[in-house]
Design a protein around this ligand. Structure first.
Ligand code: GYE
Length: 353
């Protein structure tokens, strides 16, 4: 373990200092050697050194996640956190990890942009004996010993809950499945959140016979959500459900719908266009859910900081955390006729936003 190496280093330093005090061997120590010894001792004063590679700052979810992580790994709890924002580029994240390895950090926390392409750098971390904890999204690697564990959401379950809600809506309103003309504004292609949420909708559309007209990425941003929605409205005139893979996209899409003269809401029979989305973090989105402009939000909880910190504490104590750690999440909707939904034999009460 890294910690053990550090302890060994300190013991080494102490022994050398004792030797110096005892007057033996002092002539063999050069100035530069003393400097480097001091640097090592100073490093010890940093406590547990943690490198956090965040993928970017594309959404309110992401900002909340970053804040939660920074709040959890503070100096008064004995940590030095080195934070790097990958600006939505995997290459930046790979560079960050390599820097962490060079800095000989105790732990690497990685919130990866997309699933593929991590094999070599994680191998390097493994060879350096630095545990890697994945936060939020996952990585696709053959050898899962390349990371210690993962904590995040079950994105496909979020989508299944949303689909169950939509199905319940069609039943309550006696809408035929083929009358559901849905478009999916997807998240960043290749990210775990996108893969799970898109798969969940695709499967539900097939099962229920909904008309899934188009899937197109809005990159989890409000700007792209607006842009993509405007383009979709030019191509299709019968969209009645817009499935946005996060709230920021939903806010952009609502803007575009209203600018095109559409009425947004939960009354399909009256010609309204229904918007549903994921996260439930942004205050404006929650307000849109209260007024029914976003008909349903599947919660995605970003507050992983304390959870990751608890995992580090476990590892420090020599314990082995669970490999995969899921967080519980709710479904928010102000549409009163639906009280609960069921997915895979489990009942979820609908929470009013
Ligand atoms: O839903 C979205 C963010 O990976 C769960 O990424 C995360 C997603 C979240 O940008 O808002």
């Amino acid at each position: 373990m890294k910690k053990a190496n550090r302890v060994k280093k300190v013991i080494g330093v102490l022994l050398l200092q004792l030797a110096l005090l005892a007057g033996c061997g002092s002539s063999t120590l050069s100035v530069s050697e003393t400097d480097s010894l001091e640097a090592e001792t100073a490093e010890e004063g940093q406590g547990i050194v943690v490198g956090f590679s965040q993928l970017g700052a594309e959404s309110d979810w992401r900002s909340a996640n970053t804040a939660s992580m920074l709040d959890a790994f503070t100096q008064d709890k004995g940590y030095t956190l080195i934070y790097k924002n990958g600006q939505q580029k995997q290459s930046n994240q790979i560079t960050a990890i390599r820097t962490f390895i060079q800095q000989d950090v105790d732990y690497i926390l990685l919130a990866p942009a997309t699933e593929s392409g991590w094999e070599s750098v994680l191998q390097e971390a493994k060879e350096a004996k630095i545990p890697v904890i994945l936060v939020d999204r996952r990585v696709e690697v053959v050898d899962d010993s390349l990371y210690t564990c993962w904590i995040g959401s079950d994105f496909e379950l979020e989508a299944k809950k949303m689909a169950a809600w939509l199905k319940a809506y069609t039943e309550v309103n006696r809408i035929q499945p083929e009358e559901i003309h849905v478009v999916n504004i997807q998240g960043t292609i290749g990210s775990t959140a996108q893969i799970g949420r898109s798969r969940g909708l695709r499967n539900a559309a097939l099962e229920n016979g909904w008309d899934l007209m188009e899937e197109i990425s809005g990159d989890f941003t409000e700007t792209k959500g607006r842009e993509v929605m405007a383009a979709l409205l030019k191509r299709f005139d019968n969209i009645n459900v817009v499935y946005c893979e996060n709230d920021n996209e939903a806010m952009g899409a609502i803007d575009a719908l209203e600018s095109a003269g559409k009425k947004v809401g939960s009354n399909l029979a009256a010609g309204e266009v229904m918007v549903v989305s994921f996260d439930g973090v942004n205050e404006e989105a929650k307000e849109l859910a209260r007024t029914g402009k976003i008909s349903c939000i599947a919660e995605c909880n970003p507050l992983h900081g304390p959870r990751v910190e608890a995992i580090v504490t476990q590892l420090q104590a020599g314990q082995r955390p669970d490999k995969y750690n899921y967080v519980d999440e709710k479904l928010y909707s102000a549409y009163l006729p639906i009280q609960s939904i069921e997915v895979d034999g489990q009942t979820y009460e609908i929470v009013r936003p």
